[in-house]
Design a protein around this ligand. Structure first.
Ligand code: 6PG
Length: 624
């Protein structure tokens, strides 16, 4: 940041600039020290400088100012009387504040006459006033007060001109969320690097959205930081992974105690915990915020899941809550989740649930396509979506089914190899670590992995007998029940995973609130979330809720029917099968694990517990 304190000679700009530099912790420079000798001689000889004399001096200053801005920033005392001088001085500066010290001829004349040892004589003041073109911008301060009061006023004024919020990264999500924030009337600074093919990102963004007077763009990190009011609040919207650490490494040293960084990417919750701890060493607050809803959500209202300290959240709650989607009752789909990595953990589980919801629909679509065309499937899905089973993912599936390129359904030409960015597998890994059976999420991840072995699949498929393609007769009511069954178990497993994490890490998660903020804005928004929001107010375990349990029980026959039909038609149903097996096991008082325990004890003397003895006792048998 550069501050130029300007005004005619004798207005006190050197004193004020010095004082201001101390308060802003920026180096002080006096423009007079940069005059070439011939200018000094001329002035000492009582001759006023002309524009030509000043041109070289202004060029020297301009190149110094650019260097100072790159270094630590600066406060410069400089007369800068004419607009064209100021234009030269402003060249290439990212963040420049002009301060004009305003005083009458009489007052300044009086001051100059009292000074000794200054090469500016009182007579030249008149020519200065003649040359002066008062700027129509910047901070104007009346000099008829003490330097301290003048500096106080400048600082207050500068603070009021600062942005309330910063967004780092103008990718698709960063740009969309920036516009969302600006729409809510906040003063916003946005930053994007200007190298590596991203030279024009900021300029393009600003020119595309030139109607927004409340957005300022930066490609210079220091200028971006200094443009923000304290405590600074910066949302980083960059690709999760090592880049986040690189960016934090640049940001932390430039920030001050109490500043707040929000990581809005899909970071792993354990990395968030590490970054949270590192931020604290710099006195910086770190919020790991899961943000869901894709590009459209970011622009119009996402679901936001922030984790960190409650105090730091309070500083950013206004802004995050104002940009988030609204639930059915008009409440914001953003709530404080809990400490350190909890927000990103929740987002990770959200994505795990998302994987399963998508896979269930893919399984059902594949089965249905054996007896219906896409238009018919879309119509069926529409009838489901109009009722209790509404979800965003079902909605987009309908649109996908209907999409054509000419006479061809687009779906038919999309390669059947599913990609992933890792969050689904992270959920499964977390479940393995916590000992939670999230069988559906892992099945959904594995289904994607299997799909990627396209070449091998094609080879082996060629060796299979031609399959029985006779039309089947799936009962659509049973299918709908099976779909709902699968979804309920999916949510059961997802919330169970969060409950386990909450207990293990001491996060004290509020599941009713989590379901509520997932009722809109996010990818897994659905009517079911509204129901869960109510149910979780009184019960922590979804399957223990009578309403849920009875529905699952009632759907059992339908699920069996659908699964056996799918097997007959060789349609794999990874997720629906996993949900059914989970249901069977969770509702069976005795499982096959007795044999597993016996085997473990047989080969490894791992011991076992007995049904006819207290669970605290362990036994070993000499099996041979
Ligand atoms: C969201 C999405 C979004 C994205 C995931 C999953 O909530 O907005 O979950 O975060 O879809 O990154 O992506 P993959 O399917 O590529 O793993």
């Amino acid at each position: 940041m550069i501050v130029i304190v300007m005004g005619v000679s004798g207005c006190g700009k050197t004193t004020v600039a010095r004082e201001l530099s101390k308060r802003l912790k920026l180096p002080f420079f006096d423009a007079d020290s940069y005059h070439p000798q011939e200018n000094i001689d001329k002035m000492s000889g009582g001759k006023p400088l002309n524009d030509e004399d000043r041109a070289s001096w202004l060029e020297i200053l301009s190149s110094n100012l650019q260097q100072w801005e790159e270094d630590k920033g600066a406060v410069l005392a400089c007369s800068a009387l004419k607009e064209k001088y100021r234009k030269t001085l402003s060249t290439n500066l990212q963040q420049l504040h002009w301060v004009y010290l305003d005083g009458s001829y009489e007052l300044i004349m009086n001051r100059i006459n009292q000074r000794t040892g200054h090469y500016m004589s009182g007579q030249l003041l008149k020519s200065q006033f003649e040359a002066l073109e008062i700027p129509q911008y910047g901070i104007h301060v009346d000099i008829d007060r003490s330097p301290k009061e003048i500096v106080d006023q400048i600082i207050t004024n500068m603070e009021s001109k600062k942005s309330e919020f910063g967004v780092f990264g103008l990718g698709v999500m960063g740009s969309s969320i920036s516009l969302n924030i600006a729409d809510k009337g906040y003063q916003l600074s946005v930053y994007n690097r200007a190298d590596g093919g991203e030279e024009d990102v900021v300029d393009d963004f600003l020119s595309k959205h030139s109607g927004y007077q409340n957005i300022r763009g930066f490609t210079e990190l220091k200028a971006f930081i200094l443009s923000l009011s304290r405590p600074r609040k910066i949302l980083i919207m960059i690709k999760a992974g090592p880049t986040v650490d690189l960016v934090l490494g640049q940001l932390f040293p430039l920030l001050e105690k109490g500043d707040i960084i929000i990581d809005g990417g899909n970071s792993h919750f354990k990395n968030t915990k590490k970054r949270y701890d590192l931020a604290r060493q710099f006195g910086v607050e770190f919020i790991g915020a899961g943000i869901s809803g894709g590009e459209e959500g970011a622009r119009k209202g996402p679901s936001i899941m922030p984790g960190g300290t409650a105090e730091s959240y309070n500083h950013v709650s206004d802004i995050l809550e104002s940009i988030a989607a609204k639930d059915d009752f008009g409440k914001t789909c953003c709530t404080y989740i809990g400490p350190e990595g909890s927000g990103h953990f929740i987002k990770m589980v959200h994505n795990g649930i998302e994987y399963v919801e998508m896979q269930l629909l893919a399984e059902i679509y594949t089965l249905l396509s054996k007896q219906m065309d896409y238009q018919e499937i879309a119509s069926l899905f529409k009838s489901w979506n109009n009722g209790e089973a509404y979800s965003y993912l079902l909605d987009i599936t309908i649109r996908i089914l209907e999409k054509k390129e000419g006479d061809t359904y687009l779906l038919d030409v999309i390669l059947d190899k599913a990609g992933n960015k890792g969050t689904g597998s992270w959920s499964s890994k977390a479940a393995f670590d916590l000992g939670i059976p999230n069988t559906m999420m892992s099945s959904a991840v594995f289904a994607r992995y299997i799909s990627s072995f396209k070449e091998a699949r094609v080879k082996m498929a060629a060796k299979m007998e031609a399959k029985n393609d006779s039309l089947m007769d799936v009962d659509l009511k049973s299918l709908e029940k099976a779909y709902r069954f699968g979804r309920l178990i999916n949510h059961q497993q997802g919330f169970m995973l969060m409950e386990s994490a909450s207990n293990s890490y001491g996060w004290n998660l509020n599941f009713s609130e989590i379901a509520r903020i997932w009722s809109n804005g996010c990818i897994i928004k659905s009517h079911l979330m509204n129901e869960l929001h109510e149910e979780f107010k009184t019960e922590q375990d979804l399957m223990q809720m009578n309403s849920v349990f009875n529905r699952l029980k009632e759907a059992e026959e339908s699920v069996k029917e659908i699964l056996s039909l799918a097997l007959e038609k060789r349609v794999s149903m990874h997720c629906l099968t996993a949900s059914y097996h989970y249901w069977i096991d969770m509702t069976s008082s005795r499982l096959s694990a007795n044999l597993i325990q016996a085997q473990r004890d047989f080969f490894g003397a791992h011991t076992y517990q007995r049904t006819d003895a207290p669970e605290s006792e362990y036994f070993h048998t000499n099996w041979l």
